[in-house]
Design a protein around this ligand. Structure first.
Ligand code: 5GP
Ligand code: ZN
Length: 133
């Protein structure tokens, strides 16, 4: 790799770390961009996790990729590592939030109960044990 190539690669990496695909009218993209507040429980370069504004359990947060991916049905091969990362993060964050057991939920599409069309994994639990369904 020549010096010029190295520079180009570094520039690409730098841009890549600050630029994620986003949708201007998406509420979760606005949270990612810090344009509306959220009660964050975790953040890194790829994902953010924050408490659900209308919790259905004593602990209820969502893990959200920073890139605007509409739903699980829009996932592509290139998202494989990101989706894996989100799943591996769920038990770590659940433990940090004091949960010994938890439920994950990914609503997909209107018929699947999805209301916010930016992929997210709900993680919730705490209090009494959750019903089977
Ligand atoms: P879905 O039904 O799409 O799986 O879940 C969307 C979730 O996002 C809902 O549980 C809803 O309470 C939550 N939500 C919607 N708008 C906001 C918001 O502005 N902030 C936060 N923290 N949660 C939100
Ligand atoms: Zn979005």
């Amino acid at each position: 790799m020549s010096w010029l190539d190295v520079k180009a690669f570094q520039g690409w990496k730098k841009k890549r770390s600050v630029r994620v695909e986003m949708s201007t009218d998406c509420i979760f993209c606005k949270i990612v961009a810090g344009r509306i507040p959220a009660s964050k429980v975790y953040e890194d370069e790829d994902v953010i996790a924050f408490n659900d504004i209308h919790p259905i359990a004593p602990v209820h947060f969502m893990i959200v990729p920073k890139a605007h991916i509409e739903s699980l049905a829009s996932g592509e091969e290139k998202h494989q590592a990101l989706l894996g990362k989100i799943l591996l993060l769920a038990p770590k964050l659940a433990k940090q939030q004091g949960l010994t057991g938890f439920r994950t939920m990914i609503n997909t599409g209107r018929e699947g109960g999805q209301e916010v069309f930016h992929l997210h994994v709900h993680v919730f639990g705490g209090g009494a044990s959750l019903p089977k369904t």
